[in-house]
Design a protein around this ligand. Structure first.
Ligand SMILES: [Mg+2]
Length: 248
């Protein structure tokens, strides 16, 4: 369903109690900053690999940076994944340093509508949470740079790769968020940008709005509550309305 086709019948009394955000590609168009950081890490290690935009778009089907490196090496060398993890871990640590530095320099801003939605939800006491399987350092770098040093006060629950080793599309990260919020899935709305993210949220039973981007335009989003290009102009009232329609 595209947002344009959503009818505007409003049924009161079914408010969203919490909005759960994915981070990469959803709160900010970070994917290209990740790609550039991977390439810098490869270069620093004296490797000639260079991930193009097209290649990285395909690699994003593998969730998790370290897992992505292992998948790439396994595909290109035939070596067993277990023999590649030490090298991947080292490359990924270097990549994270490059990525964090770039984000702290303000290379990537929040996507349209994100800051406004966070502010509206805070004002109207809709609880906020984060469900991402990126590294904690990446989340801190982006949100402290874009929302200020007290960003963590805005989000009641933050679950990331440190607490959910099984990456999306596994639902673990969302199930952890629901448990910590003490809410049922249908009381929440997830905001995602990718097929893997949608699958994770759906497996946890959470109605999900998709904000697609250049790296996920081609994904299939069957079962999403709505698919929009971004949240510019999609305010909290519109999200509540979409949620009401999704759970009735
Ligand atoms: Mg994402």
């Amino acid at each position: 369903m595209s947002f344009d086709t959503v009818s505007i019948d409003f049924i009161s009394g079914c408010d969203v109690k919490a909005i759960i955000f994915d981070v990469d590609g959803t709160m900010a168009d970070t994917e290209d900053a990740h790609r550039v950081a991977f390439n810098r890490a490869f270069d620093q290690a004296g490797l000639s690999w260079h991930w193009s935009v097209d290649e990285y778009r395909d690699l994003l089907s593998v969730a998790g940076g370290q897992e992505r490196i292992v998948h790439f090496l396994h595909t290109n060398t035939g070596h067993s994944p277990t023999s590649l993890y030490d090298m991947a871990r080292s490359l990924h640590q270097a990549k994270t340093q490059y990525y964090v530095q770039s984000i702290e320099e303000g290379s990537v801003g929040l996507r349209p509508g994100i800051a406004e939605l966070v502010a509206q939800a805070t004002e109207q006491r809709v609880r906020l949470a984060i469900a991402t399987t990126t590294s904690p350092a990446n989340v801190v770098a982006l949100l402290s740079t874009q929302l200020g040093a007290k960003w963590a006060n805005l989000f009641e629950v933050v679950e990331d790769a440190a607490t959910a080793p099984n990456k999306k599309p596994c639902p673990d990260v969302y199930l952890n968020v629901l448990a910590r919020l003490g809410l049922a899935a249908e009381e929440c709305m997830a905001i995602e940008d990718s097929f893997n993210g949608l699958a994770a949220a759906q497996r946890a039973g959470i109605p999900t709005v998709i904000t697609r981007n250049a790296y996920t335009q081609h994904h299939k989003f069957d079962g999403a509550v709505a698919v929009v290009n971004d949240l510019g102009g999609v305010d909290l009232a519109a999200l509540i309305q979409l949620h009401t329609q999704a759970i009735k």
